[in-house]
Design a protein around this ligand. Structure first.
Ligand code: FES
Length: 206
């Protein structure tokens, strides 16, 4: 499985076209049960699409440190298997005081993900990979010092420079106002799959 993301440096309309093309490869690898949704140029799904949008993804191929980005309701959703080292950076970022909303008080995630991991299980990040500023698709940059000398890993938006940590929490000085959105999802009992059920209604995409 490919280890890094399918990035784009352009605005969403253009970026989404590229994403949808690239994502077909990933879908073939991981999705085990989904309902086909027409890919049209709109971020807002119809009610029928929303109701039919539950998508189940097989987590087995996503080894620690890896990510996949899959299409879901015409949006890119990133699933990251974070290592203990990656998780440790979340507290480090908090300690620096550089996050706009470190406690996730803005409801950009379901209540069960209102924690520093922004997740049901710390290692698994499941997040809509859309910059909260003007809808670009941020680059996934997990390596330290890969964006700035003090960079601990996270997401960097190429459009206007918004920066997020490895939980998608936006940093001060970024034009993006909020953390990236986390959808509603659940794991299977054996933990081998995740089912993304719907957008969290209070979350603001961009
Ligand atoms: S769209 Fe991401 S910083 Fe503007």
């Amino acid at each position: 499985m490919e280890k890094v993301e399918h990035d784009t440096t352009e605005h969403l309309n253009r970026g989404r076209r590229r994403f949808l093309t690239a994502a077909t490869t990933v879908v073939g690898v991981g999705i085990v049960g989904t309902v086909a949704v027409p890919m049209v140029a709109s971020l807002e799904p119809t009610a029928a699409e929303e109701a039919a949008a539950a998508t189940t993804f097989n987590l087995a191929p996503v080894e620690p440190g890896m990510q996949v980005t899959i299409p879901w309701q015409k949006k890119p959703v990133i699933i990251v298997n974070r290592t203990p080292e990656m998780l440790a950076t979340l507290k480090e970022v908090e300690a620096k005081g550089v996050l706009k909303d470190p406690d996730c008080n803005v409801p950009q995630q379901p209540p069960y993900c209102k924690n520093m991991y922004r997740a049901r299980q710390p290692e698994w990040l499941v997040m809509v990979r859309i910059c909260n500023h003007l809808c670009c698709i941020p680059h996934y940059r997990p390596k330290k010092a890969s964006v700035t000398p003090s960079w601990l890993g996270g997401f960097h938006c190429p459009c206007h420079g918004s920066m997020y940590d490895l939980s998608g929490r936006v940093m001060k000085g970024s034009p993006a106002p909020h953390n990236m959105a986390v959808p509603e999802y659940e794991f299977s009992k054996d933990g081998k799959t995740v089912t993304i059920t719907k957008m969290y209604p209070k979350a603001h995409l961009c």
